[in-house]
Write a protein that binds this ligand. Structure first.
Ligand code: DCP
Ligand code: MG
Length: 378
């Protein structure tokens, strides 16, 4: 390098797992627009197009500079004709006709609203839409609509759980879970994962994800049910701490090959919770909950409990982002003939499983430079 170039000619990889993506997004206007289109194709169940927009958005998120004209994007991977056309329009006029049309589309708006409820996925949202329902009051008043327990809790705590969780609240929850874990067994391992592990500085998330396990082989499931029991017994003031709890027992099979299907959930024991977090626990009060004088808020919490020898795979898989995970698996398959998922890594050439005790081991097996959690916001 001669030091005269103002824009360094870094080659940007087509794989998110070979890029370093912090939460600083220099191209937010563009990525927000592309993600609207990705989401709308997700609702339309056209996964190819959805993925193309997500990949394009992810590449732009990794750039340490702002795109000012289309020429700036020469040589960048994953930017298809459609994405480029949308970007061009925004760069020139400040908005995109297609994005605005999508945002004002009744079906898009309704599916977005319905899927924002805990327990409501695209299938249910679509069914309700086709049944003529357009609002929450439509759903709640409709005869013959059966809400499962998760959806009932989703509606009941909608205001709280659709409001962002602050770092202080995540920390308070960490202490609460840690207390319960220590009460069950002192030698447990508890780690924050998901978005909160990827964030640095003042940031917010939609839920708080933890991995919990124990060094005693085969005891991790008992540990999780023990924690749940402990949380259930705990009452804060007059109320129970657990507002909702769904426990999924492990269906983990030690000898199985990694799944080819990315979106498939992993097989570890886990639980989906809604926890009542008291305001008094957080210095300076709770984000957003001060106004209504309740002094508490509901927060979504996920706990997953892999066996200790799968801890590194589970941690890597649950830290995200989703795009980072997708590309790790795609890279493993396409570039290394290996299969990776939240449980294991399998080398198809050597026909053997590759063990790992840390995330660094997994990156090393894949021949990838280690990417820190806060650089995985792809
Ligand atoms: N994950 C996965 N496969 C799934 C669901 C989740 O690999 N089917 C991984 C990737 C996610 C992480 O788990 O990054 C946590 O899932 P969340 O939905 O909680 O997403 P984040 O924590 O990344 O973001 P948020 O702040 O919205 O919670
Ligand atoms: Mg999360």
């Amino acid at each position: 390098p001669d030091g005269t170039s103002s824009t360094p000619l870094l080659t940007v990889s087509q794989y998110a797992c070979k890029r370093r993506t912090t939460t600083v997004n220099n191209n937010k206007i563009l990525t927000d627009a592309l993600e609207v289109l990705a989401e709308s194709y997700e609702f339309k169940e056209i996964p190819g197009r959805c993925l193309a927009f997500r990949r394009a958005s992810s590449v732009l998120k990794s750039l340490p500079w702002a795109v000012r004209c289309l020429r700036d994007t020469e040589g960048l991977p994953c930017l298809g004709e459609h994405s480029k056309a949308v970007m061009e329009e925004i760069l020139q006029s400040g908005h995109s006709f297609e994005v605005e049309k999508t945002l004002s589309d009744e079906k898009y708006q309704t599916l977005k609203l319905f899927t924002s409820v805990f327990g409501v996925g695209p299938k249910t949202a679509e069914k309700w839409y086709r049944g003529g329902l357009r609002s929450f009051s439509d759903v709640l008043a409709a005869p013959g609509i059966h809400l499962n327990r998760m959806q009932q809790s989703g509606f009941l705590h909608y205001g709280d759980i659709s409001r962002a969780v602050s770092k202080a609240e995540a920390r308070a929850l960490g202490n609460l879970i840690d207390e319960a874990v220590r009460a069950v067994t002192p030698d447990a391992v508890l780690a924050l994962t998901g978005g909160f592990r990827r964030y640095r500085g003042k940031e917010f998330g939609h839920d708080v994800d933890f991995i919990v396990t124990t060094r005693e082989p085969g005891k991790e499931e008992k540990l999780l049910t023990g924690i749940i029991e402990r949380l259930k017994q705990q009452v804060s003031t007059l109320f129970g701490l657990l507002l909702y709890c769904e426990y999924n027992a492990s269906t983990f099979d030690m000898v199985k090959l990694p799944s080819h299907q990315f979106e498939a959930m992993d097989h570890f024991a886990k639980c989906f919770l809604i926890v009542r977090l008291e305001g008094g626990r957080v210095e300076g009060g709770l984000h957003g909950a001060e106004g209504d004088g309740r002094g508490w808020r509901a927060v979504r919490v996920d706990l997953v409990s892999p066996p200790m020898d799968r801890y590194a795979f589970a941690l890597l898989g649950w830290t995200g982002s989703r795009q980072f995970e997708r590309d790790l698996r795609r890279f493993a398959r396409a570039e290394r003939r290996m299969l990776l998922d939240n449980h294991t890594l399998y080398d198809k050439t050597k026909k053997e499983f590759l063990a790992a005790t840390t995330e660094k081991d997994i990156f090393a097996h894949l021949g990838l430079e280690y990417i820190e959690p806060w650089q995985r916001n792809a």
